[in-house]
Ligand binder design. Structure first.
Ligand code: GLA
Length: 722
């Protein structure tokens, strides 16, 4: 370890400070500081996680928690950064290792530290065995720290890792905490929950092989009496892993609060031969005193500037037309061209053919795995459609579900052994399909091969990458030396490798991650994909809630939202403008059957697409303010403020008017109080204010909107007058 120095990191505008004498490391980032230290037992523990500390501020030394009684050992009362199962640890271990010699414990001690550029590495060693754990910390100016670990077998015999988290995040000891998390289901993703953290563990996880609809690897912890949307402390984080994962939120009986997350230990094992190591996913976290809204804005900005493949300044997303809801599997050259011609007139920029274009794909019973153009539907290949789409001034995109196979396919008939399975067991089908075992090198090469070939032979700018089932029999016959259960790691690593190779070979190619809607969204996959299909549910009322939940954790830019026909899955009739204004909360798309849309609606759609183009940069790259939650009442609003403050956009909705009540006054946020704004109303009749209004009035007094009846909506655009 080097002497006491401050290592400034100009590229990220944040810094790692090393206090060698006190054995403490401080990571300053954004408005937060995170401090780790070595205690008198040589254990590495959290010293501080909260508001940014003054330069040179001195914190108490790291100290073991002390043995409260013979039942409460020090291990349990110490906020360890990365606790091994051993020495009386009863809380969630970050690491559990079977040394394969009868010893199943690990007790980690500090060994060394290195600061390289923006990276802090702490090296820990087991007290007895040659098990080395590297803890990594990377700070980002957006106010986020990434943590992950690498477990190394420095011995001469194989060991088995049975549980490996990325990190444990310890909150300041205390009471009165609450946490928020997201759960869901197909067509009902992104449901936000909040509950008190009390003694006991609450777990969110996926055992399904992928991120899942069921829960998303994101958390936000606040203080019940202090934290609101607009103010108060929030400790928040999210994992970058698209396989099975787990986050345990523990409140101990001694008022410690810990969040441990990483690989899901369920059915997990990873063998390490001498010299081998296992890296864990990145677990990102931050702190703000600015409430839940600010926590989300930090994450959104972090995703745009650090995570997304085209960071630090990803271009706003194009307006998509996708034919799925219009035609389902019934795609054809003439039908798609007819839709493309109408889509172009609306102002669409990217035309995507969804499922049904390949193999014997008449419905969802056959064809997955056979990625050759269906000659009955497209007798001349895809070229005539692609040429026409280009001629209309749009880019072309295509749907794939690369990791799947229908038993009724040429691929399965040729390679039944490629399907994930346990020999002699049933192969449980979901949507009539099985998973290919992407952990296998031959399967990985096959998948990369057909994607590369199709993209090379056709002018394809965009892939919608779907994934329509979860794992059932996660067998890997003939596994490599890490063992059969390493499928949970190798599958995802190979998936990421395919994305990376494709993007490298086809630099202009963009990818949407979809898993029956929002079933595979996390900071791992978002390093390789440009956007997310948020949900298969396009009902605009449901979408208000779905998008509200999504926005807690992920940026509007990646949130693809289509306007589709009514009635939809909830059999409601929602006016076109309401549907558009809901879809405008993120990356706008259209999925209606344009062949059946009346002329008046086509004209209105074109106008609304054009309106969106004028606010798109602000929505997609600005700051999001959730002014009123759709969960809290009938009137919901969101506001976006452009990065440079020059424009703000208000989208306002009324589900149902009641008791002849006027629409609530809407107070804007994030504006320049000293500036004058020119207010442009989408519907002049629904805005009752002046054209030029002070920012202080817009925020202090608010705006009055004439929304009435059911499913009413409007938008205001505020241009800052220089
Ligand atoms: C999934 C996707 C849909 C659509 C269908 C096609 O359900 O989420 O958007 O692509 O598959 O089969």
């Amino acid at each position: 370890m080097s002497a006491s120095v401050a290592v400034a990191l100009p590229c990220f505008g944040q810094a790692i400070h090393v206090d060698a004498a006190r054995m403490q490391w401080t990571i300053d980032t954004g408005t937060m500081s995170y401090v780790v230290g070595v205690n008198e037992e040589k254990m590495v523990q959290t010293v501080y996680w909260g508001p940014r500390l003054a330069p040179g501020a001195v914190l108490p030394m790291a100290k073991m928690g002390g043995e409260r009684s013979s039942f409460d050992p020090a291990m349990v009362a110490t906020p360890l950064e990365y606790a091994g199962f051993g020495a009386g640890l009863y809380t969630e271990p970050a690491l559990k290792v079977d040394s394969a010699d009868g010893d199943r414990t690990v007790v980690l001690e500090y060994a060394d530290a290195h600061v390289t550029g923006d990276l802090l590495e702490l090296v820990l060693r087991d007290k007895v065995k040659p098990i080395v754990v590297h803890l990594y910390y990377q700070g980002f100016a957006q106010g986020v720290v990434a943590r992950w670990s690498r477990i190394e077998n420095a011995g001469k015999t194989t060991i088995k890792v049975e549980q490996a988290a990325s990190a444990t995040w310890n909150l300041p000891r205390g009471t009165g905490y609450e946490w928020s998390w997201l759960t869901g289901q197909w067509a009902g993703e992104w449901q936000l929950h909040t509950a008190a953290i009390q003694a006991g563990a609450q777990v969110i996880e996926s055992r399904r092989g992928s991120t899942s609809h069921e829960a998303n690897p994101w958390f936000a912890v606040g203080k019940t009496k202090e934290t609101t949307e607009r103010a108060g402390p929030v400790w928040f984080g999210e994992l970058g892993w698209s396989g099975s994962w787990k986050m345990a939120v523990e409140g101990t009986t001694q008022d410690d609060v810990r969040i441990t997350g990483g690989f899901n230990p369920f059915d997990f094992e990873y063998a390490l031969k001498p010299g081998e190591s296992l890296g864990t996913p990145k677990f990102y976290a931050g702190y703000t005193a600015g409430g839940r809204g600010e926590a989300s804005r930090i994450l959104h900005r972090f995703q745009r500037e650090v995570i997304l493949p085209t960071h630090p300044d990803p271009k706003p997303r194009p307006i998509i037309y996708n034919s799925w809801e219009a035609t389902e599997f019934n795609v054809s050259e003439a039908g798609q061209i007819a839709l493309a011609e109408k889509a172009a007139k609306l102002g669409v920029e990217l035309f995507v053919i969804d499922d049904g274009w390949f193999g014997a794909r008449k419905d969802d019973h056959a064809g997955l795995g056979d990625w050759v153009v269906n000659k009955e539907k497209f007798p001349n290949g895809l070229k005539p459609v692609i040429d026409r789409v280009h001629g209309l001034g749009m880019k072309f995109g295509l749907w794939f579900e690369p990791e799947m196979v229908n038993p009724d396919s040429d691929l399965y008939r040729k390679h039944p052994e490629w399907a994930m399975n346990f020999p002699g067991r049933q192969r449980t089908e979901m949507r009539n399909q099985l998973l290919l075992n992407l952990a296998r090198t031959d399967v990985k090469e096959y998948v990369f091969g057909f994607l590369d070939k199709t993209v090379s032979e056709n002018d394809i700018a965009f892939i919608k990458w779907d994934y329509n089932r979860n794992w059932s029999e996660p067998g890997w016959a003939g596994a490599d030396s890490a063992g059969e259960k390493a499928i949970y790691v190798k599958y995802v690593e190979n998936l990421y490798e395919i994305f990376a190779r494709l993007r490298k070979k086809h630099p202009g190619l963009e990818i949407e991650t979809c898993s029956g809607g929002g079933g595979r969204v996390d900071l791992g996959i978002l390093q390789y994909t440009d956007e997310v299909w948020t949900s298969d549910n396009t009902d605009a009322l449901d979408r208000l809630s779905i998008q509200y939940g999504f926005s807690q954790a992920y940026a509007p830019q990646v949130m693809v939202a289509w306007v589709t026909d009514v009635p939809n899955m909830d059999h409601r009739f929602i006016p076109l403008q309401f549907r558009f204004l809901v879809a405008m909360q993120g990356a706008l798309g259209v999925g209606s059957n344009l062949n059946k849309m009346p002329e008046a609606e086509l004209a209105e759609s074109a106008q609304l697409v054009n309106f969106y183009k004028g606010i798109r940069d602000t929505v997609q790259t600005g700051g999001l303010y959730r002014l009123a939650s759709p969960e809290a009442g009938d009137a919901a609003q969101v506001e976006y403020v452009a990065k440079d403050g020059s424009q703000a956009v208000l989208l306002a909705y009324l589900h149902s008017q009641r008791y002849r009540m006027a629409y609530p006054t809407v107070k804007l946020e994030g504006l320049d109080a000293t500036a004058i704004y020119r207010v442009r109303a989408l519907d002049a009749a629904k805005y009752k204010g002046a054209e030029l209004v002070s920012g202080s009035v817009l925020m202090g007094d608010g705006v009055r909107l004439g929304l009435t009846g059911d499913y009413d909506s409007t938008a205001l655009v505020l241009e800052k007058v220089k």
